[in-house]
Design a protein around this ligand. Sequence first.
Ligand code: KG4
Length: 335
Amino acid sequence: MKHYILAIESSCDDTSAAVMDDEFICLSNVTASQQIHQQYGGVVPELASRAHQTNIIPVVDVALKQAKVDKNNLSAVAFTRGPGLLGSLLVGVSFAKTFAMSLNIPIIDVNHLDAHVLAHFVKDNPQQDVPSFPYVCLLVSGGNTQIIRVNSASDMEVLGKTIDDAAGETIDKAAKILDLPYPGGPHIDRLSQSGKPVLQFAKSHIPDYDYSFSGLKTSILYTLRDKLKENPDYIKENINDIAASVQQAVVDSLLLKFEKVLKDTKIKTIALAGGVSANSLLRQRFTQLGDKYGCKTFIPKFSYTTDNAAMVAACGMFKFLNGDFAPLDLPAYAR
Ligand code: KG4
């Protein structure tokens, strides 16, 4: 008998539901993104929770219909337990528990970061290639920057992480200085296409595989402040070059440490994950780095870069196949 699970993601500002079969084939992945935060220049937690409440039932309904799976044929419900915004998580967690209880099926808790790392196991067709263990994953999102050695779906080792700001946060802050809409990452990417990385910013040098982006962030701020003193129209006249310079500085910093890991560990399978993995320069340079070290390289499909329930389903399916279920009183966690 085939098994199907429903997965729910509601950790930040995307309400997403997916249905997956026990061969990791994604039968549907439906996401309602919240536009309301744009006018505030960042996610407003209370508004996010309310939007999740409005969206969750229709999103699940569409996901089940698209997958052509009746709710009575589901074997479990997986959900993002954390980390994320507590109010947002609570909507998904409560829904998952209630829905599973009404169907008398188990629940599976999923860590949001593990889900990003395992997004490469989401299959759109049975022939699709997936990473073999161990692999090294560069996880870059709005709130996290980590290098993770993935020994198995349940054994992940953080080799390096940011000691202050995340890469996405740095790009978003730079975009804010340039008066671009939130989130700034896609705008920086788009503007960079017609720019040259002419500006040099100071980067932090810290030991081991850890990252630090606060120095770069300050350097971007001070460089632009000085340029504006000389020419008040500097940003307007040079926005493409500034974007390209920011993008290059972040990508250089990310790959410097990742290359160090590749040299030291000699692992030959690498993967990119998280919202910033949508960045065109990062995707291109990550692939080149993989080629340089003879690695098999996994770059996520655009739909699996940002928050989505398909990746939660993949992580949940590993746990389902291991019979690793959660008790109904398991709480959500923000950090
Ligand atoms: O993983 P994610 O969806 O969520 C959180 O961490 O909450 O990542 C969002 C981040 C934001 O910082 C956004 O600006 C960035 O991913 N991002 C990009 C691009 N698309 C999204 N950064 C650079 N280039 C992009 N094309």
